[in-house]
Design a protein. Structure first.
Length: 696
């Protein structure tokens, strides 16, 4: 078993090797590499599959009780400064490796069907492999510097994948928005890393935490500075995990192809933020003010994302705000000290959210057979309905995902969300109430999404709705400076021609009267993901919390965890669980009355609470505020700076040149070559000096 640990470095290297080989092929032999698209896909998927197998072997070894493994080499040294690089494998690392590799592997299989007609098929696989490698490298990093290196690589890959269809203005704008927003958080993270190193002299997680606690306890370091450093570090996860106020990039990231949406939202980019909070827990736990900041930020983000998701009509945008909300739960759990509960929800959420996103991609794929390649129409739930009879596998798996995220027992989301709510109630009843209310809203908007998409009659051929949607999209386009951020579907305009496909083949889109089920490469990952979405929560029940015995806070021992588990009050669990299930059932019932049975007119309610409805529909106006304050404000500032540059800086330079020109023009008349004239000038100068000094 020790051999597995010695070769654990292969887990991030294998996907990197695949990305490198395919990337070199695209650079040097582009046409040949693109013609061998299936071979490249098999290579990429196989290498990720091997990494997944190694990850499962490490997880099994850790479950069996193998001690944490650390292997490093000195990377840089100067005097007393030493920086090591390497990899570490502990319980948290093993769990994250399995989550990332399984989701990435299934997404890669799904991609073969979803991107089958895209001319960038091979390039997309290369990006996917590089993305997976970057996240795996981050997971195995033994210190904060190495994490920061892979942290930036993850950000770079998300930029490439969100803007994959870079010839679309909306995609180009979205990847820039994601990049800039994350730079804000990453700059804070960098300052926090430097501050903690200045204070503690180390980049190792445990060492930083212990030394920071000692410095604060002895008064050697101001408590305010410790709070500042901790919050600066937290800014990194705020951006990566889309927490308020840096959450605005994640919904626009839907401009990328749906497989990357699933990977970002389930196992890579957004999971990196929560993972870093877990790794930095030894630091955060010594700073109560920072823990409170983390908890309340997470709670507000959970509520914010849920309230916005209620009114979204784009199926991918609705899921994006759902991700923001669920990430808020995880961050809130970390803030209240529920370390294992937060990571438990990270695991369960990874599987059911990946399934939901891949399910939405399957829906879009089927809708494009009817409405064509217009992303406005293919992703709008108002044109869907009744898809269950056309796409039964997609419908069943999507329903499982809705039940899981809504917290209905025995699905996975119930156990992890209930554990978070219990911990929040013990820490602060206000946090519990926000989380409890958000659970009800979550159930409402998820079943609104399910009923609007899969139940009722199919509306895809309703010309009245199509005309209304096109008119609305055109109005937005005219009134806005940028193209509206509607995410693309499975295919782009012109891609059939680009790949040499004919419009009458089996994959043609926009020529059918009804949607169709997706190919097996897309439905198989959905079915596989449905299994953990149903069952994986059973490893963390209060009757036998095996997850918490495996993943627990660094400041606890296994004995303490076992003692705490033995003291679990099942009556309290039934009360808390009953309350959370009750509010979820209320949310589902409201969705049934509005969108399944039509007993309640949703439009009439929206008209009565128009300000609140508009607040949700316009995403709490955050995008508008940021546009006016930062985009337009910085443009005005830039114009003012340009005026200063033009009038002051350029003016000073031009004045210097003008003075030199005039003085040169004047002095040239004194250079006439006549000695008598030069003597007269000298005499005049001497006379002037005599008079001046004589007067003074």
């Amino acid at each position: 078993m020790e051999v597995i640990y010695q070769y654990a470095w292969l887990i991030p290297v294998l996907p990197l090797l695949g990305a490198m080989l395919v990337g070199l092929g695209l650079i040097s032999l582009n046409q040949v590499t693109n013609r061998l698209r299936q071979l490249n896909a098999v290579l990429i998927i196989s290498l990720m599959g091997i990494a997944m197998g190694l990850s499962f072997a490490l997880l099994w070894s850790q479950i069996q009780g193998h001690a944490p493994y650390l292997r490093t080499l000195e990377w840089a040294s100067a005097g007393n400064f030493h920086l090591s690089m390497g990899y570490t494998v502990d319980n948290l690392t093993a769990l994250m490796l399995v989550i990332v590799t399984t989701v990435a592997f299934l997404v890669m299989v799904y991609t073969d069907g979803y991107m089958a007609h895209d001319p960038g098929y091979v390039r997309f696989y290369a990006y996917l492999s590089l993305f997976g490698s970057s996240m795996l490298g981050l997971v195995v990093s033994p210190n904060l510097v190495q994490i920061y290196i892979f942290w930036e690589l993850v950000g770079m890959c998300s930029y490439l994948l969100v803007g994959f269809w870079y010839d679309r203005k909306a995609a180009a704008d979205a990847c820039q928005k994601a990049f800039v927003t994350n730079r804000v958080g990453d700059f804070g993270l960098l300052l926090g890393i430097l501050g903690l190193f200045w204070a503690t002299g180390s980049f190792e997680f445990d060492v930083m935490g212990d030394r920071l606690g000692e410095l604060v306890a002895t008064g050697s370091l101001s408590n305010m500075l410790a709070i500042l450093f901790a919050i600066l570090v937290f800014l990194g996860p705020v951006a990566k995990s889309a927490q308020f106020p840096l959450h605005v990039w994640l919904p626009d990231a839907m401009e990328g192809p749906t497989p990357i949406s699933a990977l970002i939202h389930a196992a890579t980019m957004v999971a990196a933020g929560v993972f870093l909070v877990a790794r930095m827990y030894p630091v955060f736990e010594h700073v109560p003010a920072a823990m409170n900041t983390i908890a309340f930020t997470g709670a507000f983000t959970a509520f914010l994302g849920a309230t916005i998701a209620m009114t979204q009509n784009d199926i991918k945008k609705g899921l994006a705000y759902s991700t923001i909300s669920q990430l808020g739960y995880m961050v809130m759990a970390m803030g209240v000290g529920a370390y294992s509960a937060g990571l438990f929800h990270l695991m369960t959420h990874a599987y059911f959210k990946a399934m939901l996103f891949l399910g939405s991609g399957s829906v879009i794929h089927g809708m494009e057979a009817v409405v064509g390649h217009d992303p406005v129409l293919a992703q709008d739930m108002r044109l869907m309905g009744g898809l269950r009879k056309y796409m039964p596998a997609t419908a069943i798996t999507f329903l499982i995902g809705c039940l899981a995220i809504s917290g209905i027992p025995p699905f996975a989301g119930f156990w992890s969300k209930d554990e978070i709510l219990s911990a929040a109630f013990a820490a602060n009843p206000l946090l519990w109430f926000v989380g409890w209310l958000t659970a009800g809203i979550t159930a409402f908007y998820m079943f609104r999404m399910y009923f609007s998409t899969f139940e009722g009659g199919f509306r895809g051929k309703n010309e009245k709705i199509i005309a209304k949607l096109k008119e609305s999209a055109q109005t937005i386009l005219v009134e806005s400076e940028a193209v509206p951020n509607f995410g693309p579907g499975a295919m782009k305009q012109g891609e059939l021609a680009a790949t040499g496909e004919h419009h009458h083949d089996d994959h043609s889109h926009g020529h059918s009267d009804s949607p169709h089920e997706s190919p097996w490469t897309m439905t198989l990952p959905l079915m596989v993901l449905a299994i953990p979405s149903i069952l994986i929560g059973l490893v963390g029940t209060p009757f036998g919390n095996y997850f918490e015995e495996f993943i627990f806070s660094p400041n606890e021992t296994l004995t303490e965890v076992m003692e705490k588990a033995a003291e679990v009050d099942l009556n309290e669990f039934y009360i808390m669980a009953g309350g959370s299930v009750a509010i979820s059932i209320v949310g589902i019932s409201l969705a049934c009355l509005m969108y399944l049975w039509g007993k309640i007119d949703a439009d009439a309610i929206a008209a009565k609470i128009k300000p609140l409805y508009n607040l949700s529909l316009n995403k709490w106006y955050f995008d508008d505020i940021y546009h006016r304050v930062f985009v337009m404000g910085l443009r005005r500032l830039a114009r003012q700076v340009m005026e200063v540059d033009f009038r002051v800086v350029d003016g000073a330079v031009n004045l210097t040149g003008f003075f030199t020109l005039v003085s040169g023009e004047g002095l040239k008349y004194f250079e006439n070559g006549r000695a008598q004239f030069y003597a007269l000038i000298v005499f005049g100068a001497v006379l002037g000096l005599v008079i001046f000094f004589g007067v003074t």
